[in-house]
Design a protein around this ligand. Structure first.
Ligand code: THU
Length: 139
């Protein structure tokens, strides 16, 4: 992926934080998912009074894309921090989101964990979810 595609994805994740619904934690996460064709789907975390029904930003973006028929993804950028402030740290994807990425990520899939426009860590899913459980195990 070229640098300007990374920059667009990172900016989209930072922007998507504004769509987060976070009345309980006030921790706003934004995610931006890039398809193989170059389209970006964004999502914010959506909290719930029953806490456990909360949906993370990454899954919001992934489910939006998959429900629109997308299946091939190149990268996801994630940024999180207290609502109304710049991220103070890197927001690493939770375990459930890593497992959902496993379902749809190909070998070249990259995860960008973003703290600022020029400040991010890039990794592969295998680093975040070693020996992940995938569909090939049950076919
Ligand atoms: N959160 C995400 O959106 N993504 C993650 O990978 C980790 C956590 C959200 C869930 C909840 O709304 C808030 O961050 C605090 O846990």
């Amino acid at each position: 992926m070229n640098n300007s595609a990374y920059m667009d994805l990172i900016n989209s994740a930072l922007e998507a934080r504004k769509s987060a619904y976070v009345p309980y934690s006030h921790y706003a996460v934004g995610a931006a998912l890039l398809t193989a064709e170059g389209k970006i789907y964004t999502g914010g975390n959506i909290e719930n009074a029953s806490y456990g029904a909360t949906n993370c930003a990454e899954r919001t973006a992934i489910f939006k894309a998959v429900s629109e028929g997308e299946r091939n993804f190149t990268a996801i950028a994630v940024a999180g921090g207290m609502e109304g402030r710049e991220p103070a740290d890197y927001a690493w994807p939770c375990g459930i989101c890593r497992q959902v990425m496993q379902e749809f990520a190909g070998g070249d899939f990259r995860i960008l964990v973003v703290r600022g426009q020029q400040d991010y860590k890039e990794c592969r899913l295998e680093e975040l979810l070693p020996c992940g459980f995938g569909g090939e195990s049950i076919r």
